[in-house]
Design a protein around this ligand. Structure first.
Ligand code: C2E
Ligand code: CA
Ligand code: CA
Length: 758
């Protein structure tokens, strides 16, 4: 029996030592050192007890008892030191050395008394049918016992204070150790008082030591981990459900119901089969990316991202976790995002990017089919908006999109989209494209929006896609270029793209790139065309822009003005022209010819890009010329763009002494109507009234009435485009005031004009 017990003690010693050696915690090396010391102390208790168990020799037994008591006093002292360190009370550290001294004195006394048996004696005693050595202490041993007891009580007190002051989660860390130490103290007192063999107490100490190591190093952090995990799980807006091997619910996050959108514990109360079933029923169609699946319930379709994991240990199922995330919102948002990214907000048909993408796909998938690209564009849509308002314009666009949807639905591989403010693009197989049908369709909608005063005109450009591999943007541009070439041309409504259009567009690009340098180098020049009064006297001239290109020679304005008007660079050019005109007027004034005027053209774009009033007032000031000599031609269509604003501008310019002429009068849609609002100085009658030989009689009648009306309104009239003597005679006859045209002279270089008329 004794041998078995000794073996058991040896086992305990081994376990304790292994635990102590395996301790590792970089942050708390101090505590680990103390724990290791304590294990050494336990060893010091166990080894003598093993000797006591095994020996029959009284001398040896007595020696062993002595070492036991020595070890015990050191062990108690170590526990105290450990507790102080463990609880982090630096204050108590000064109390450590007295215990150290006491332990040393005790040890010395016990060794000295080893053979005199002064402190205790030992005898054989029976205990449960076995014979053991037991000790009987004298009063001095009790003093030692009390000192050790005080050390243990001190340790317990320190730990209780630490426990009471620490966070609840860390309390077991201190209180647990305190309880263990208290148990040790009580057990030692009990066994001493009851005269029991040491064995019980030693076993108790060995176990307690193990528990202390566990509590100090392993227990608390694990508890903290658990708490942290719980915290994360609760804060998570996802549902995490844990089942054991029999599908019994073990754990569910607080946010489950909210996350999953199910009422209460629905989906988890039926032993986890809800999700198991849902996952097994998911097919490719409702599983997205393999993870998201939709579940249709009474109140709508829900989307979940579910991660399922069966937990196993050595191949045996121990439970399963479902991580359920409700992604309904984000899936719906995603859908909305896709819609917004791909479709035009107003009309609901493809936007530019998506149209390109879809058209590209069709081209790639049908390499053997010939396709056409069309671009249809509302002409003067800004005027339309001005006249009828944004809402009406939007309405028109929506109707157009609808007609595309219904009209094109039967055509396979047909894609269409709205691009920019006024353009619709359609790509379809060439064999399905019928130009007349196409025009009828776009006209059908446009006609519904035309009135007596304004006809909504839609122009179309068509391009055969001969190089399907070409960039979609380039293909669209071809259709759009073709469309642009017929804008303003009343006779044409549809234009097929060809190489000359491409060439033209390249040329424009070149001019655009060269404009700044051309202005700088004086390539942009004014030509002057004389204006003649009734007596045949030249009273002034219109300044017309010419580009005297160093490579291409003389370029007429028709080749670059409309383009610069479109891209807004006309203002740069106009400023240069106006300055040349002012320069000339100053020279003429210095030569005493301030009776001659120059008329300059103001583009619609200038009216927005510049403060025209300020600009002109400072121009005449800078050049020291009279405002009345610089006449300003603004086209009728530029004024109609923003009538209210421009009426004011014209009035202010007139107050500053400028004469304002309304250019191309009669060319726009509501010429006469406009006259009730605006009072210009001169009406410059559009040359179409003179050039029209087919309806000569009607044109003449209109011309006459324009002149009459102008007279009534106290405005002068200029007729442009006078080419023949008959025309001149007719104009004189109806009372037109001033004449300009090839009959007198073509626009000519300034030097020629000066040589001829100055
Ligand atoms: P516009 O202002 O109506 O100028 C009159 C145009 O009619 C000029 O064409 C002129 O050469 C032409 N013309 C004059 N008499 C006759 C005639 O008897 N018969 C015919 N068939 N044509 C005649 P041009 O110089 O080619 O200018 C064309 C247009 O370019 C101008 O029309 C004007 O709108 C614009 N433009 C010219 N120079 C400038 C400029 O400096 N600034 C701006 N913004 N536009 C300009
Ligand atoms: Ca003009
Ligand atoms: Ca004109």
């Amino acid at each position: 029996m004794q041998i078995t017990m000794a073996g058991f003690l040896f086992l305990l010693l081994a376990v304790n030592s292994i635990m102590a050696l395996r301790l590792r915690d970089r942050k708390r090396t101090d505590i680990i050192r103390h724990l290791r010391n304590m294990t050494l102390g336990v060893a010091g208790i166990i080894v003598p007890e093993m000797v006591i168990l095994l020996t029959k020799d009284r001398q040896i037994a007595y020696c062993a008892f002595t070492f036991y008591y020595i070890a015990f006093s050191w062990y108690a002292m170590m526990i105290f030191r450990f507790s102080v360190n463990y609880s982090g009370y630096k204050l108590f550290k000064s109390y450590q050395s007295p215990f150290l001294w006491i332990a040393m004195i005790e040890s010395a006394a016990l060794i000295w008394a080893m053979f005199s048996e002064r402190f205790f004696t030992i005898t054989h005693a029976r205990w449960y049918e076995h014979v053991y050595w037991i000790s009987r202490g004298f009063s001095m041993l009790y003093v030692f016992g009390i000192v050790s007891g005080l050390a243990l009580i001190g340790a317990v007190v320190v730990l209780i204070i630490a426990a009471s002051q620490s966070a609840r989660i860390y309390r077991p860390r201190y209180s647990g150790v305190a309880v263990i130490i208290a148990v040790m103290a009580v057990s030692s007192v009990y066994s001493q008082v009851r005269q029991q063999p040491l064995l019980v107490q030693v076993i108790c100490f060995a176990f307690c030591e193990m528990v202390i190591v566990y509590m100090a190093v392993y227990y608390a952090p694990r508890k903290l981990n658990q708490r942290a995990m719980q915290f994360v799980a609760d804060k998570l807006n996802d549902g995490i459900v844990l089942y054991d091997d029999e599908h019994q619910l073990q754990f569910v996050t607080a946010g489950y119901s909210d996350a999953v959108g199910l009422k209460g514990m629905q989906g988890i109360d039926n032993e986890g089969m809800y999700w198991t079933k849902a996952i097994s029923e998911a097919n490719v169609e409702n599983a997205w990316n393999g993870r998201v699946m939709s579940i249709v319930r009474d109140d709508g379709t829900y989307y979940y991202e579910i991660q399922h994991r069966a937990l196993d240990e050595d191949g045996k199922l121990i439970g399963s976790v479902y991580w359920i995330r409700n992604v309904t919102e984000s899936i719906k948002n995603y859908g909305e995002m896709v819609r917004r990214a791909n479709f035009d907000e107003l009309t609901g048909i493809y936007n530019e990017a998506h149209f390109h993408e879809m058209a590209r796909k069709v081209l790639d998938e049908n390499p053997d089919t010939d396709f056409v690209m069309t671009c249809s564009s509302v002409e003067k849509f800004r005027v339309f908006k001005e006249l009828f308002g944004q809402e009406k314009y939007d309405d028109y666009l929506i109707r157009t999109a609808e007609s595309l949807r219904t009209g094109l639905v039967h055509i396979p591989n047909c894609k269409y989209g709205r691009i920019g403010e006024a353009d619709f693009y359609i790509m379809m197989p060439k064999e399905a494209f019928d130009p007349q049908q196409f025009l009828d369709a776009i006209d059908g909608v446009a006609k519904a929006y035309s009135t007596n005063n304004f006809s909504l005109i839609v122009k179309a450009g068509v391009c055969e896609i001969t190089e399907p591999s070409q960039d979609m943007l380039a293909i669209c541009n071809k259709a759009s270029m073709a469309c642009d070439t017929i804008k303003g041309d009343y006779g044409k409504q549809i234009m097929w793209f060809d190489e000359s259009i491409q060439k033209e567009s390249r040329l424009r690009e070149r001019y655009n790139a060269e404009l700044s340098k051309a202005i700088e180098h004086g390539e942009i020049q004014i030509y002057l065309q004389p204006q003649v009064d009734k007596e045949g006297k030249v009273i002034g001239a219109e300044a017309l822009a010419r580009w005297v290109h160093r490579e291409d020679g003389l370029i007429p304005p028709a080749h670059f003005i409309p383009f610069f008007e479109m891209n807004g660079r006309i203002t740069e050019l106009d400023i240069c022209i106006w300055r040349q005109a002012c320069e000339k007027l100053r020279e003429w004034k210095e030569k005493g010819r301030d009776d001659l005027h120059i008329s300059v053209n103001i583009s619609a774009k200038d009216l927005y890009a510049l403060d025209i009033y300020e600009h002109y007032v400072s121009l005449v000031k800078e050049y020291g010329i009279e405002a009345k000599n610089l006449k300003l031609e603004i086209t009728e269509s530029a004024i109609i763009n923003d009538l209210k604003q421009h009426v004011q501008l014209v009035e202010r310019l007139q107050e500053a002494g400028f004469e304002v002429e309304m250019d191309d009068f009669g060319s726009a849609y509501s010429s006469f109507n406009m006259l009730k609002d605006i009072c210009v100085d001169v009406l410059k009658i559009d040359m179409k009234f003179l050039g029209d030989t087919e309806n000569e009689e009607r044109s003449h009648a209109i011309l006459k009435s324009i002149v009459d009306l102008a007279g009534e309104l106290h405005m002068k009239t200029i007729a442009e485009g006078v080419e023949t003597e008959e025309q001149l005679e007719f104009l004189k006859g109806v009372g037109c005031d001033i004449y300009q045209g090839y009959y007198f002279s073509k626009p000519m270089p300034v030097a020629d004009f000066e040589a001829k008329y100055l």
